[in-house]
Design a protein around this ligand. Structure first.
Ligand SMILES: Nc1nc2c(ncn2[C@@H]2O[C@H](COP(=O)(O)OP(=O)(O)OP(=O)(O)O)[C@@H](O)[C@H]2O)c(=O)[nH]1
Ligand SMILES: [K+]
Ligand SMILES: [Mg+2]
Length: 419
């Protein structure tokens, strides 16, 4: 392993800028730059010098091997937050043979050194990209190792069941038939139950992690773009009295009381001779079908073919006249807050079904464990033992204890530089 470094704080001016080093040369390089290396894991104010040049007076931390984020020797410089200072330090580090870290390389080293499992790394990546409170909570649980703990709990049950089965094989002789103790089946049942609960919650967890989509659809001139602008509280989409104004899908990312919700403004739905508008209508239809919810907006609500249970049928331009059902006016703002309440309530119910497994990779590993445990009573002990081993392997791969190689690049490249 070589020694890497990166600015851990975002580039630009700020109060403090943190530069982090990791690898076997960290101690030696730190010593050259600051003289006496600080006591482990304590912040010391030190003059950072490259020869005669005083680069900065900075807080310096030293983490010995085995006691750091990456598991390697790590040093941190908390510099004054001016880009010229971190650039000057980078120059001094490059001159001493250190290399700039790739995106996610610190975390990848932490994984390779057993400082975190793969699910924790995925959680960390989610945490860094979380935009709302609900996403933060979800990511924090995974980053904190909850999934790994769960996997260990289930694996130890399978290992116990496996040991009981092996014992029954060893003790069986020619005359006495092999008898699998009842405890084996109760252990398998309990693991199967927990796995199926986790898999059941997977789609809801994945949705919450990625964020929800709410499509605003309806005929041309219904006021869809006007509603989007009301929600955005700014002139985001083009509005005009010409039918067919919106063609592309516009995405408005919002934080709806802690839930990640992207509202989609779409082309007005109608048969159009204009090929460009027709493309817009096709896109609108396809995207609306995939959305978590649809707001069917029109001046005189009628049932659209895209209506799905749980959608909202909403009358627009309430300032121009009254009618039944949910109605809004994007001109006066009437009814918009109430509509957002309804959307929030509906998505909150979906979010409440979420669990811990929110990545396809994790779910697929869990499915392998589930499938391996699909065994009927009276299965030969040898087969049973093999099935238990396969299921334990599925759980181990869920947290990357085995078979992680294929995913490393994909997972860690999504991190930022310096993480
Ligand atoms: N009085 C009134 N007029 C509205 C309201 N909402 C939208 N309008 C008007 O209705 C017309 C169409 O509004 P848009 O928001 O462009 O409608 P749209 O559904 O996005 O239309 P397309 O993109 O063409 O499908 C514009 O002239 C808006 O000013 C409303 O609440 N009250
Ligand atoms: K319009
Ligand atoms: Mg529009």
């Amino acid at each position: 392993m070589d020694t890497i470094f990166a600015e851990a704080t975002p580039p630009g001016r700020g109060g403090v800028s943190v530069v982090r080093l990791s690898g076997p040369d960290s101690h030696a390089v730190l010593q050259t730059l600051v003289g006496a290396v600080p006591e482990a894991r304590r912040a010391y104010l030190r003059a950072v010098r490259d020869g005669d040049d005083l680069i900065d007076r900075a807080l310096v931390l030293w983490f010995p091997e085995g006691h750091s984020f990456t598991g390697e020797e790590v040093a941190e410089f908390h510099l004054h937050g001016a880009p010229v200072i971190s650039t000057r330090l980078a120059e001094a580090l490059l001159a001493r043979g250190l290399r700039r870290a790739d995106a996610g390389e610190f975390s990848k080293r932490a994984f390779l050194n057993g400082r975190m499992d793969l699910a924790e790394a995925e959680g960390l990546s989610d945490l860094l990209s979380a935009e709302t409170e609900a996403q933060r909570k979800l990511a924090m649980r995974t980053a904190d190792g909850e999934l790994g703990q769960k996997a260990d709990e289930l694996r130890s049950k399978l290992i116990r069941a496996g040991a009981l089965v092996e014992a029954s094989i060893d003790f069986a002789d020619e005359e006495v038939p092999e008898e699998v103790p009842a405890e084996v089946y109760s252990l398998i049942d309990s693991v199967r139950h927990d796995i199926s609960m986790m898999l059941k919650a997977y789609p809801a967890t994945e949705r919450l992690r990625q964020g929800y989509e709410v499509a605003i659809i309806g005929p041309p001139n219904a006021g869809k773009s006007s509603l989007l602008n009301r929600i955005a509280q700014r002139e985001f989409a083009l509005v005009s009295d010409i039918a067919g104004t919106t063609r592309d899908i516009l995405e408005l990312r919002t934080d709806l009381r802690g839930l990640p919700v992207t509202f989609l403004d779409t082309a007005g739905l109608r048969e159009s001779a204009d090929p460009v508008e027709a493309m817009g209508v096709k896109r609108a239809t396809e995207r609306a079908e995939q959305a978590d919810l649809r707001i069917h907006l029109s001046e005189s609500p009628d049932v659209s073919t895209l209506l799905v249970d749980g959608d909202f049928v909403v009358r627009s331009k309430a300032d121009l006249g009254s009618g039944n059902g949910i109605s809004i006016s994007s001109k006066t703002g009437e009814g918009v807050a109430e509509l957002l309440d309804l959307v929030y309530d509906s998505l909150r119910i979906k979010a409440a079904d979420s669990g811990l497994v929110g990545h396809r990779r994790q779910a697929e590993a869990l499915e392998r464990a589930r499938d391996a445990l699909d065994i009927s009573a009276g299965t030969e002990p040898e087969f049973l033992a093999e099935a238990l081993r396969a299921a334990a392997l599925g759980l181990a791969s869920m947290v990357g204890r085995v078979g992680a190689e294929d995913y490393l690049d994909e997972i860690f490249s999504s991190f930022c530089i310096g993480k």
